[in-house]
Design a protein around this ligand. Structure first.
Ligand code: WTA
Length: 648
């Protein structure tokens, strides 16, 4: 932990939402005094409603909370239509392709493009409540697709383009999607790559998907299935550019986004209309201080929640300009990010610590070659940021002028939960600082007692909030089990995030990372259970346990302990490693590549057969084993495992 405190440079901010900590505390107090009243006031002020809501919060069926009950709205009306009056020619999306190609889409153009896409979906029979899977590269049409669904009340489920056919198939089946929207492929590091063949494979044996809409982006040859596959490029030109928006209820689902949990298959996190869009917009104003003339750049992929909230919904609801890019930040060289900041005069730059570490390593002096004076706020998300990366980000990228907002949140929370306010909060590098006003994030024990400083506890959110997950699609019991069965406060179950955290003496929150079996590789959330299930498909694997191991760039890397069925196969280890990784790639995708495989004679288990993962985590980290191993079924196995790991 760095001890220094960094104060915001006030001159960088004109009229921020919070000028100082007193203003922050005032709003926190207002929420404490009148929780529902304060949310109600904000919802009335920020959302353009077709019909006012009747009740702010309905807790009658907790933890299935309902917000702004009875309210009617459309999210795309809030993201597009209401801005047409005074911003029709303002850039809504600025897009840069992998090859440097550029597109600027104004609000009026976005309105027309989204309407055409919405009409196309309607012409295919898509109705309110139908699920549409979006498997797309980072092109503007991906955003149009999301918004087109929202316009007609269809529920989108975006699947990250790096997931494999198997992973895509699981998500299509779980959501029971009727339509898949994809592209032939796109470009990455100057070369075309393909998506459509993955969709073809995912749909083998699947009969619920009626149509596949293909956006032609890289124009490589693809297979067209008669009667199923449709060219977006051909059909879109004939669509009417006006489409009345569907009147949605506050609580109708807006989208599903699958994410990993500690057990089983990924779960479909379901978000609502009103609560979600309110918080997406508010956090853009509070945390990113978005102003009319700003260019806001979030480098995430739309396949993750960060891309949903801070590339598409948040910036547009706030009437901002969102910069979207295809490719990677390190191609053509490690100056691409900084070149883009200079060229588009980016004001807020939002990325993950893994990207900061990589950019730092590849080009420590690269930012100095560009004019980065437009930057005002630098954001980070996805994992704790280490002091070295933080200092470089602050000093070299931000020139010591910019506020760093270390935002803690999750797929399930919809938007930021704990974060500095850029013009107000004194920052301690590596701390996400304090909960945002209205968010009751607390570090507690299982009974709800607040942890004293410097003692690790469970990071919980003890009151419902508007942008929270509503349920797990099709599995309400799992929703309760995953989030509301670990901790209680005042006898009532509260939301548990899966993260551990610590307060320091000044009440700052320090996230220590997941306390469950979820790992965080390059800011991507993966469940050890899913990876284990994939590895078990190898015919020679008898048992497997996967843990995360600290990694200099990726945050964590994947470490697998594998017990083979026949010991004499050890000679073919290298082949087995390759085969295992091929299976993982097929089942999940390249993002789940196993970095280290240790072939061990057995796993440490309790007498009741439970694998002692804590021991395996410690061995992978090279730490001393503190646990008592004498109660294990076979205490000697620990030494044998250490001997194997030491040889790797
Ligand atoms: C981790 C990403 C430390 C955390 C928005 C959480 C963080 C998981 C931070 C959610 C942060 C996110 N500091 N850790 N600022 N932000 N995390 O659902 O472990 O992909 O539970 O959402 O990322 O990952 P998810």
């Amino acid at each position: 932990m760095l001890k220094e405190v960094y104060y915001p440079k006030k001159e960088m901010f004109k009229n921020p939402a919070f000028k100082n900590m007193c203003e922050y505390k005032d709003l926190v107090e207002e929420f404490e005094k009148d929780y529902e009243g304060t949310w109600s006031k904000l919802a009335k002020e920020k959302i353009t409603w077709f019909e006012d809501f009747k009740q702010t919060l309905d807790t009658s069926n907790a933890p299935f909370y309902k917000w702004f009950v009875g309210g009617k709205l459309n999210v795309t009306y809030n993201c597009i239509d209401r801005h047409l009056e005074d911003k029709k020619n303002k850039a809504a999306i600025i897009w840069e392709g992998d090859n440097g190609e550029k597109r600027i889409i104004t609000y009026l153009e976005l309105y027309r493009d989204v309407n055409r896409f919405a009409n196309l979906l309607k012409s295919l029979g898509v109705k309110k409540g139908d699920r549409v899977v979006i498997y797309m590269p980072m092109i503007p049409e991906a955003a149009y697709a999301m918004l087109a669904c929202a316009r007609i009340g269809a529920i989108h489920s975006v699947v990250f383009g790096g997931f494999s056919a198997e992973a895509l198939k699981d998500r299509i089946l779980d959501a029971e999607a009727k339509i898949v929207i994809t592209a032939d492929g796109a470009f990455r590091k100057g070369k075309p790559y393909m998506l459509k063949p993955v969709v073809d494979k995912a749909l083998e044996g699947v009969d619920i998907v009626e149509k596949v809409i293909v956006v032609e982006r890289n124009n490589e040859d693809i297979n067209w299935v008669e009667g199923r596959d449709l060219s977006y490029n051909d059909l879109i030109i004939n669509q009417d550019d006006k489409c009345k928006c569907e009147i949605m209820d506050s609580e109708d689902p807006l989208f599903l986004l699958y994410t990993s949990g500690s057990t089983g298959k990924p779960k479909g996190v379901q978000h609502s209309q009103a609560g979600y869009i309110l918080w997406a917009q508010l956090t853009m104003e509070w945390v990113f201080d978005i102003k009319d003339n700003d260019t806001f750049w979030c480098t995430a992929d739309i396949g993750w929640i960060t891309g949903h909230t801070y590339i598409v919904y948040g910036p547009l609801a706030a009437g901002g300009t969102t910069l979207m890019f295809e490719g990677v930040l390190t191609y053509p060289d490690s100056g691409r990010a900084w070149k883009m900041v200079e060229e588009y005069k980016v004001n807020q730059f939002y990325t993950a610590p893994t990207a900061i570490r990589l950019l730092h390593k590849m080009g420590p002096d690269e930012p100095k070659k560009y004019d980065l004076s437009s930057l005002r706020i630098l954001g980070t998300v996805g994992e704790p940021i280490d002091p070295t990366a933080w200092k470089w980000y602050y000093e070299v990228v931000g020139g010591g002028r910019c506020s760093i907002v270390d935002t803690w949140w999750q797929t399930e929370t919809g938007g930021h939960m704990i974060s500095p306010l850029p013009a107000a909060t004194p920052i301690k590098p590596g701390s996400a600082t304090f909960p945002l006003p209205g968010i009751f994030a607390e570090i507690i024990d299982e009974e709800g007692n607040k942890m004293p400083p410097n003692e690790k506890g469970l990071l919980c959110i003890t009151k419902p909030w508007p942008s929270m997950i509503r349920t797990i699609w099709g599995d309400p019991e799992r929703f309760i089990k995953s989030y509301f069965s670990t901790a209680k406060k005042d006898g009532k179950p509260v939301y548990f995030s899966g993260d551990g955290a610590i307060y320091d003496e000044d009440g700052y929150i320090w996230i220590t990372g997941r306390v469950d079996d979820v790992i965080n590789v390059s800011g991507h959330r993966l469940g050890t259970a899913e990876i284990e299930a994939a590895i078990k498909k190898h015919p020679l694997v008898a048992e497997v346990a996967v843990v995360g191991r600290p990694d200099e760039i990726k945050g964590e890397s994947i470490f697998a302990y594998v017990v083979l069925k026949e010991e004499d196969t050890i000679a073919e280890e290298i082949e087995i490693i390759q085969e295992i990784n091929a299976i993982v790639k097929e089942e999940i995708g390249a993002i789940a590549k196993v970095d280290t495989i240790a072939f061990v004679p057995g796993l440490p288990k309790t007498r009741s057969g439970k694998i002692m993962r804590r021991i395996l985590r410690a061995i992978a980290k090279g730490e001393e084993i503190k646990q008592d191993t004498s109660t294990l079924e076979d205490p000697k196995v620990v030494e044998a495992i250490i001997a194997v790991v030491n040889k790797i």
